[in-house]
Design a protein around this ligand. Sequence first.
Ligand code: SF4
Length: 324
Amino acid sequence: MAEKQPLVQVENLSKHFIVGKSVLRAVDNVSLTICRGETLGLVGESGCGKTTFGRTLLQLYRPTSGTIIFDGKNVSGMKRRELVSFKKDAQIIFQDPYASLDPRMTIGDIVAEGLNVHFSLSGEEKRQKAAALLQKVGLGEDYISRYAHELSGGQRQRVGIARALAVEPRFIVCDEPISALDVSIQAQVINLLIQLQRDFSLTYLFISHDLSMVRYISDRIGVMYLGSLMELADNETLYSDPVHPYTQALLSAIPVADPDLGTVRQRIKLEGEIPSPINMPSGCKFHQRCRCAQEICSRELPELREVAPGHMAACHFAGELSRT
Ligand code: SF4
């Protein structure tokens, strides 16, 4: 099988914010690669830095340090024209479909907005393109003249997806795209994203705190904690053989449909609160909550290292620890 080509390569990316006299390290030295046509899931508790990572990748935040290579080109070294082209190629679907849609604009204008920047189309051509996109995301052409407040949450998110697709991107950051939706609608939107990925050869970074949905859509999954990547593996390996104690605890909390399995599987309770990213713990960032912590853990920061082909983990004892 041909090796997959990287589309996005991130090396030692950090994004820090100044808060008063302190530094908030929202994203701290993250390195990963997203290959063409794949979906990389990014999970972690709220506040772990996954959304900031996605936005920094798209240059919605200026990185503090690190390198982002998109399709072989260093984004920070791009000239204005290249940057405009990058912003066309790399789009985002936001978490809150209502807040991200301008209530004064018609749905047709919202979907067609990006076309004004990146294409020279007549008014009628834009209208036709917006109508075709609305059809593609499961809304009829008649939605073109409606407003966001007339739509349900699921319909609004479909509009958000159509807007991202309008400029013909290659890469989309899906930033918690289903977390504001009813459970009954979530699977529909996920299936739509999967279908669109096939139809338009898209590459996704899928950010979520919902581990069951991430499993459904992702090829590989990264687990973030306090701005750092703790584990990265292909979908099957991560769920069947997680080696980082944080991943093990997160997975143990997923409800199991089978009542027999539910009683067999032991839940690993995470003690304490996530430390503040303004006041990072020394050594392993997870050591204050880790049931496996040993003396070295509070002193030395574990490197993200390969514990098996394609399986990375940042733990001094990765692969040596039991899951129970
Ligand atoms: Fe736990 Fe230590 Fe591994 Fe960190 S390095 S996850 S504290 S065992």
